[in-house]
Ligand binder design. Sequence first.
Ligand SMILES: Nc1ncnc2c1ncn2[C@@H]1O[C@H](COP(=O)(O)OP(=O)(O)OP(=O)(O)O)[C@@H](O)[C@H]1O
Length: 440
Amino acid sequence: MIEAVGLTKRYGAKTAVYNLSFQVRPGTVTGFLGPNGSGKSTTMRMILGLDAPTSGHATIGGRPFRSLPNAPRQVGALLDAKAVHGGRSARQHLLSLAQLSGIPARRVDEVLGVVGLQEVAARRSKGFSLGMGQRLGIAAALLGDPQVLLFDEPVNGLDPEGILWVRNLMKQLAAEGRTVFVSSHLMSEMALTAEHLIVIGRGQLLADMSVKDFISANSADFARVRTPDTEPEQREKLTAAIGEAGGQVTPEQDGALRVTGLPLPRISDLAHGADVRLWELSPHQASLEEAYMRMTQGAVDYRSTADPRAGLQEVPAGYAPQGGAPQGYAGGPGYAGGPGYPAGQPGMPGQVPAGVPGQGQPNPYAQPDPYAQQAPGAAPGPGYPPPGQPQGHPYGAPASYGAPHPYGQQPAAPMPPAAPAQPVPTAPAAMPTPHNEDAR
Ligand SMILES: Nc1ncnc2c1ncn2[C@@H]1O[C@H](COP(=O)(O)OP(=O)(O)OP(=O)(O)O)[C@@H](O)[C@H]1O
């Protein structure tokens, strides 16, 4: 078991981790989530004795990492896949680690096989791709066949096959009774891999609970309702009836309606009463990604801003695609609140912004903000602007999911302190004053 007790780390004026306490238990994969710069790597480094806490302590199996007898046989970690001697081959790298820890050389070939690097074992690691480097780092973590494993972003750079492999590996390691602590920004992946979550924001604990509980505590259930596509007046009648009954209706991209604030039987009765036929009435729960975005909105330090493209208004002749910008882009209908594209801001004539889907593709940003519609009496999410204030689309937060935002990320003004949307078992203490400056 891994245990953190009151873990705090300050780098000069920067508080990277503050009063963090949690346990990571054996037998399950525990996901470690938090926005960029929230302190995940710092926490892992303190657990592994690579950084000394300013206060508090971390133990593995009841002892600080540094006092564990033969620690590499008990704990394996992937923190930075690039931290290898590039001039050494994969096999040499693993052999040197094995020798340092008294691990037999034949184990090196075993782990090379496990991570699928046998064919390139003799190649210098400096020529490795990002994904190959990750595999080598995972091999190093597995070398001592440890009971406790920590992985910082293990799927970073892996192809879909590699991601699936890591997912199954993590689950298998946990099923063998090991303690598996893994950080990731890929929510969909975390939802499939982890059973338990530790979520931090600005160095503080935001949640410590099962994935299932996290999603239900941080998401509003909704119903999807669909009326006959050919009869728009049915849709309007139903929208009016639901509104009168106190429900909130948000149109979905595919023509269906997202309804919050009313139970399914009530929606059915309202449709019946309004003489509206239904083609679909189904219950839905938000994804881990939506729940995560909702919880961490107020604890995000790095947000992208709109790209004003000052001085770039002239489009070189012959550059603009024929037919102008597709409908619905910057400032167009359905585009309000997209990342970096505030409603009403004109786009460049004739140019499709990079990273925005082209014509014929669904525009993920054209969806109305599902969180804009709150159930009556529902508490707003953390950092959620009060009604009347401009609201960023929840997916307008900085790219935390592997791919960088096409327009880069810029530090924004200090964000308001994070507060949980709804009571959670481990409510954070008061947030320390946020420091955006990086003392590194
Ligand atoms: N050695 C250091 N010196 C100064 N500041 C540091 C140092 N290490 C981390 N920090 C700061 O501490 C904060 C937490 O960083 P950390 O790398 O732990 O976050 P993270 O959650 O792992 O981020 P990411 O998801 O982007 O990898 C950041 O503001 C970072 O700049």
